[in-house]
Write a protein that binds this ligand. Structure first.
Ligand code: MN
Length: 226
C-alpha cells in the first residue's frame, strides 16, 4: 500500500523574520462593517470557511477563477491565532492573537447570490484555488495589535472601499471570542474579519492596490480567464 503524498502545508511570510507562519484553518466572518444604515440589533455574524490551500501570497498575478462571471474583491483584516482555545472570553482574547495580515476574501459573487437564493452553502462562491491572497503576518510582538487604522482598496487607481478598523462592528477580540464559541481554535488558524462596503467585480488585467494601515499593502493584477 502506498499512501498519497499530500501537498506541503500552506505558510505565510512573517514580517521581520525568516520564519514562516503555518496556516491552519481559515474562518471568515460575514458582515462586520455597517453598509448603510446601522443595524438596530447587533446580531451575531455568520461565519464560513475557506480551505488553507486557498491562501496565497498577495504578490504578482492572481488567477481569474473558473465558473464565474462576477469575480469580486473584499479587503479584510486577518487575525492569526497563536494560542488556541474554546469559549475564550473577550477580555482574554487578544492574548490568543499572534499577529495580523491584510487579505482579500475573493468571491464568485454570482455563485454566492445563487446559493443565497435557495439557501445553499457558500463553498462554491468562497472556496477556490487562490481565493485568499494575504500579506505577510505582522506579529503582535513587537508590532502590537490592530485596533485602528485605515483599510482601503482601489482598482486601476480608483478607490472602491475605504473604512477604518475601528469601524468594525465586532472588534478583533470579540471576533476571536465569537468563533471560539463554535469551534476550538488552534494555533495557526486565521480569521478573516469581514469587509467594508464597496465590493465590486474585477476584470482580467485589473490592478488591485489595497492596504491596512500599519499591517500591510497589496498590489496584484488579475490574470486572464482560464
Ligand atoms: Mn468577506
Amino acid at each position: 500500500m502506498s499512501v498519497p503524498h499530500a501537498p506541503q502545508d500552506t505558510t505565510l511570510p512573517i514580517k521581520g523574520s525568516d520564519q514562516r507562519f503555518p496556516v491552519g484553518r481559515v474562518f471568515c466572518l460575514g458582515r462586520n462593517y455597517h453598509w448603510g444604515t446601522p443595524d438596530a440589533v447587533r446580531e451575531k455574524p455568520l461565519y464560513f470557511m475557506k480551505p488553507a490551500s486557498a491562501v496565497i501570497d498577495a504578490l504578482g498575478e492572481i488567477a481569474f477563477p473558473p465558473m464565474t462571471d462576477e469575480f469580486c474583491h473584499e479587503i479584510e483584516l486577518v487575525i492569526a491565532i497563536g494560542n488556541g482555545g474554546a469559549n475564550i472570553a473577550p477580555e482574554q482574547a487578544l492574548s490568543h492573537v499572534w499577529g495580523y495580515a491584510a487579505g482579500l476574501d475573493l468571491t464568485r459573487r454570482d455563485l454566492q447570490k445563487a446559493a443565497k437564493a435557495i439557501g445553499q452553502p457558500w463553498e462554491a462562491a468562497k472556496a477556490f484555488d487562490g481565493a485568499a491572497p494575504m500579506t505577510p503576518i505582522v506579529p503582535v510582538e513587537p508590532f502590537g495589535h490592530a485596533e485602528q487604522g485605515a483599510i482601503w482598496l482601489s482598482v486601476n487607481g480608483v478607490e472602491r472601499q475605504r473604512s477604518d478598523l475601528d469601524q468594525q462592528i465586532w472588534s478583533a477580540a470579540e471576533v476571536v471570542a465569537l468563533v471560539s464559541e463554535y469551534i476550538t481554535l488552534r494555533p495557526g488558524d486565521l480569521i478573516m474579519t469581514g469587509t467594508p462596503p464597496g465590493v465590486d467585480a474585477l476584470q482580467p488585467g485589473d490592478l488591485i492596490t489595497a492596504a491596512i494601515e500599519g499591517i500591510g499593502e497589496i498590489e496584484v493584477r488579475v490574470g486572464a480567464r482560464a
